[in-house]
Design a protein around this ligand. Structure first.
Ligand code: ATR
Length: 296
């Protein structure tokens, strides 16, 4: 016997209007974060109905703050300093690129699970290749530093088919650990050393992932590292022309760039993970660049 269903227009007075999807960046400190502005721009540009806020978590209260945001209806979060490692540990399902980075900067709350991803490396690669017009295949690359920031970009760089990657670090054993993990993943042309041992080598791309630029200091680089037409890239942004970039230019780097483009590109990648649409980034980068101290 068939079931008779009465079809009539729903009484909309009793339906909750669809709320905007809630997202946030979580960190400590977080007040300086440009992510709320960037994601608001992306949402406006793509017509997505969402809100994006900044949440300051106590240093010992990260997991609690994430769960509170999720339980209040949050759909996803970006994670910044110093919680990316903890976010990885909190994830029920870290993506392959999060596992390679050992860190998570993008959380998605889905059917009771916390999904973890890392868009930092993809953001750097996109900034280098698309925005700066610097194809990575066949390049000799020097990565300065072997901390969390270096690990976050290591595999996305290698996946572009570099000719060679050298990781230089003050504590050589940390560089060796990173190089060993790359070699065990099948990337053979990866070397590790201290800064002194770089003397006599040249590179097409030199990336500073150390924290020295934040202190306005200079990594101890020997002269002659920069091949003609080479690019020097500092992962930090908003610091103007850092001592590293100034030294790179003085020593013959063809071009210099800071991490502003990477910041916007990793945000765009997170936005795509969450919303399934990729926002255009160029105008957002240009507008931010006008507000921040210039790399001149
Ligand atoms: P992050 O997550 O920002 O990478 P981190 O894991 O603490 O932070 O790593 C900081 C990086 O900056 C490391 O490569 C560190 O070198 P060590 O491993 O030898 O500590 C590097 N760094 C910090 N201060 C430095 C300095 N004064 N000179 C050279 N390298 C420095």
């Amino acid at each position: 016997m068939g079931v008779c269903i009465a079809l009539s227009a729903p009484d909309t007075r009793f339906l909750n209007p669809e709320m905007p999807a809630r997202y946030a960046v979580i960190g400590n400190p977080v007040a300086h974060s440009r992510s709320p502005w960037i994601h608001a721009e992306f949402a406006r540009q793509t017509g997505q109905d969402l809100t994006y806020e900044a949440i300051l978590a106590p240093l010992d209260g990260f997991a609690q703050a994430v769960r509170a945001f999720r339980d209040a209806g949050g759909r996803g979060m970006n994670v910044t300093v110093p919680f990316k490692r903890e976010a990885f540990e909190l994830s029920d399902a870290p993506s392959p690129r999060a596992q390679q980075a050992g860190a998570v900067n993008t959380l998605t709350f889905e059917e009771g699970r916390i999904l973890g991803d890392n868009t930092d490396g993809a953001g750097l690669v996109r900034d280098l290749e698309q925005n700066l017009g610097f194809p990575l295949a066949g390049r000799r690359v020097l990565l300065m530093g072997a901390g969390g920031a270096a690990r976050g970009v290591l595999f996305p760089l290698l996946a572009r088919g570099l000719a060679r990657l050298t990781i230089a670090n003050r504590t050589v054993s940390r560089a060796e650990e990173l190089a060993a993990s790359a070699r065990s993943a099948g990337y053979r042309d990866v070397a590790a050393c201290g800064y002194d041992a770089l003397a006599g080598q040249t590179f097409d791309l030199v990336i500073n992932s150390t924290s020295v630029s934040l202190a306005g200091e200079l990594p101890p680089l020997p002269r002659g590292l920069f091949a003609p037409g080479s690019l020097a890239y500092d992962l930090v942004y908003g610091q103007g022309t850092t001592p590293f970039l100034r030294q790179a230019r003085a020593q013959g780097a063809g071009r210099i760039a800071d991490g502003l483009g990477m910041l916007v590109e990793q945000a765009a990648e997170s936005f795509q993970v969450w919303r399934g649409v990729r926002p255009a980034t160029r105008s957002v980068i240009e507008r931010l660049a006008r507000e921040l101290p210039p790399v001149d």
